[in-house]
Design a protein around this ligand. Sequence first.
Ligand code: ZN
Length: 195
Amino acid sequence: MSAPAIERLTQIIARLPGLGPRSARRIVLRLLSDREHRLVPLIAALKDAAEQVRACSTCFTLDTSDPCTICADASREPMICVVESVADLWALERAGIYRGRYHVLGGLLSPITGRGPETLRIAPLLARLDDRVREIILALPSTVEGQASAHYLMDRLKTTGIRVTQLAQGVPVGGAIEILDDGTLALALAARRDA
Ligand code: ZN
């Protein structure tokens, strides 16, 4: 039995992705036993992030400015890469293979859970499109949900006359974009095909 404050912290950490009760207990113990070097800087970093980081109102990535650094960068090419999540955007940026703009959908359509198009940021994507946009790249996972979302978007984008492409089939079946290595991601982007 640990103190309620420790128990509460452990429960919050255990809910983070990739962690469970066991790893949460280890993290809490490490934080509490090295207050000055681990706990205090973590609290400061969390506070800064909570106060400063917002979703960009154009592309919905997370940044400390709105419009975000990418949207505000005039040298970015006039193409929009549509991704499921900020994690996927980060993966593409990290790989350094793409110099266009992004749009974070905030999820995928799911015939199974009944998640519909109104829950995704599709209307803000359509509102962004003007004659300057040269291409829309659908960088969605090759899962059932990813492909259902891609097909829905292709349908909605058809009338815009803008070129729509999809990542090449280098993306493994069921593969999430964010876990791809940079080389595979670069190939999938370079060999993208018209949707
Ligand atoms: Zn942005």
